[in-house]
Design a protein around this ligand. Sequence first.
Ligand code: ADP
Ligand code: MG
Length: 663
Amino acid sequence: MASKSDNATPSENPENGESETGSTETMGFQAEVGRLLDIVANALYSEREIFLRELISNAADACDKLRYLAIETPALSEGDSDYAITLDVDRDAGTLTVSDNGIGMNRDELIGNLGTIARSGSSAFVDNLTGDQKKDVSLIGQFGVGFYSAYMVSDLVSVESQRAGEEGAWRWTSDGRGEFTVQPVEKDGRGTAITMHLKEDAKEFLEDFALEKVVKTYSDHIPFPIRLVNEPSTAEEGADDADTEAQEDAEETRQLNTGGALWTRSKSEIEDQQYTEFYRHTAHAFDEPWMTVHFKAEGMIEYAGLLFVPSERPFDLFNPERLSKVKLYVKRVFITEECDELLPSWLRFLRGVVDSEDLPLNISREMLQNNPVLSKIRSGVVKRVLGDLVKKAEDDKEGYEKFWETFGLVLKEGLYESGGDQEQILKLARFRSTTQDGLTSLADYISRMKDGQTAIYYISGEDKDALAKSPQLEGFAAKGVEVLYMTDPVDEFWIPSVGGFEEKSFKSVTRAGADLSDIKKEGDEEKDADKTEEEKAESSVDSLVIALKLALGDQVKDVRASDRLTASAVCLVADEAAMDLHLERLLKQHKQLEQTSPRILEINPDHALIKALNAKAGDDGTGDIGEAGSLLLDQARILEGETLPDPSAFARRLADVMAKAFG
Ligand code: ADP
Ligand code: MG
C-alpha cells in the first residue's frame, strides 16, 4: 500500500526530512545517473507514459522474486500471499503511487539500486548520450530507462520500502537533481510504494481513463492484478454532497489488467501488441520481437513456452559466459532465468519463458542439473524453435536473411556443439558465394552443382573481397563451379565436425583433393575428352616439377601441376591430411601454433612463365632455373596474404631478375 503516514498527515511534508531530524542522510547520485536524470527531467518527448510500464514492470519483478523465495521460506510472505500491484491516485496532493507487496528493498538496496545504474537499458541509453543530443533524447521511449523514467512526469519521487523478512522500512526521496535522501519510516507491511508528485503538465496521470489506457496498452500481460484505487477527495465540491456518495467514491477499487500468465491464454485471444509488451518486460528489451513462438506440449511431459527472437542483437550476446536468458517457470511460478540446462547456448538469443507442469516447485539449482524432465523439455523446445525457423525461412525470405545476419553466427555454434540438430541447423544456414549476389542456402547451392561435381566447395578467410581474388578460385570460376565464402571464425570449427550436407561433403579449394578434373567446362565437354596424347604431353610440366622439388627441398611438401589455376602462375594449397591454410594462420595468430606446416606448391601448366621454365629445366629436370623456385614460392605466399620468411632475399632476387631483363 501507499505510505499511510503521507495520507494520514497530508499537511506535513515528510519528504523534506524535517520531521525526522538526525536520521536523514543525504547522498549524491553516481555521475551517470545525474546525467541521465538531467535529460529525463528536462527533455520534451512524446512517449512519457511509459514511466508507468517501467514501474509496474519493476513491481511485477519484485512479486516474482518473493514468490520464488517464499517456496523455500514460507514465512517471508506470511499473512499476505496475494501478490498485487496497486495504483493510488490522490488528486488533492497531485500524487500517483505505485505499490507492490513484493520483495521490497532495505536501506542498502535502496541506495544501490536507485542511486547507481546497474540496468542494461539505462546504461545503453547513457552510452548513447555521446554525440547528437536531439537524436539521443528521442531514444528515451525506446530504452525506457527503468525507474528513472518516473522523473519524466514528476518533480519529486519518494520510495518507501520494506524488505520481506526484515525489520524496519526506509524512505528514499529525490527531486532528481544530483542528490537523494534516505531515512527510516513506518511502513504498513513489506514491499515498495513509489509516490510521484506529478509535474504541472503531467496531471493527466491522475485520471482513471489515462491510467487505464496506459496499463491496457503496456502492462495487460502482467500476471499479477493491477488495481486502481481512488483516494477520497476532500477539496472537491463532492464533499458537500451526500456522505454516502463520497463514501462509495472512496472505496472504489478496480482491476485494470486481464491478469493471469500470458502464455496460458490461447493464441487467438492475444494481440500482437500484448506479445510485444510481454517480450519487452521479460527480456528487458525495447525492440520488436522478430519471431514469436507460443506453444504448449501435452503428453508424458507437459510444458508451455512463449519465446521470442529479438530483431536486434542483445548487447551481451557475445559475453564469454554465453548464458541462456529464457526464464524457467514451474506451474506459473518464476524459478530462475539462469538455467543452463533449459536451452543450449547456441540459442542464447532467445528470450521469453518456459513453464513446466512436471518439475517440483521447490526445485534447487543442483536439481536442475542433469534433470531428465528438463532435458526432455530442452530437446522439445529446441525442435520447436528450429522447426519454426525453417518455416519462417520459407515464408519470409528477406526477414529471414536479416535474422541470419543478426544471429547466424550464434546458431552456427550449434553445428559443433549440438547433439543431433546439425542437419536442421545446416538447413537454416546461409552463405555468400562466388556466383550469387545475396545469401544462399546449401540446398540451393546443391541445386546449382555442375555435372560431375560431388562436393560443396568453399574458401575460408577473414574477408570476402580479399578471398574473391584468391588464385585457387580461378579454375572454379573457369568451369562455372560455385564456391562458398566462409568468413566467420567458427566456420573453421564446424566444417570438420559436420562433414557434409545431403551426402555432399565440404571441400576447401585451398586444399589438395579439391579435384576439378571430373567437372566439365561448360560447352567444352568434347574438346577435353578428345585431347590427343601429343597435346597432353605438350602441356606436361613434369621437368619443372622435378626442378622445383630439387630447388625448394623441404620448404614445400610437394610440387604439382594444378588444374585450379588459369591466370596465375602458382598457388599454395594445404595437404589433404593437413590443416587448411586459413585455420593454420588463425591458430598461428593466436599463438596456438608455432610454425605453419609446409604446403603444396601448385603450378599452372598453361602459364607462359611456367612453360618457359619447364623448357629450361630440360628433359630430366636438372637444367638451370636460377632463382625461379624461391621467387615462385614467395609469390605464392604473397598471394595468400602471408608474410615472407625472408623479405630481403626476395627483394634481392627480384632485383636480379629485373636487372637481367632490363639490363
Ligand atoms: P531493472 O528493472 O532493469 O533492473 P530499474 O531501473 O527499473 O532497472 O530498477 C533498478 C532496480 O531497482 C531493480 O533491478 C530492482 O533491484 C530495484 N527495484 C526497482 N523497483 C523495485 C520494486 N518495486 N521492488 C523491489 N525492487 C525494485
Ligand atoms: Mg525495471
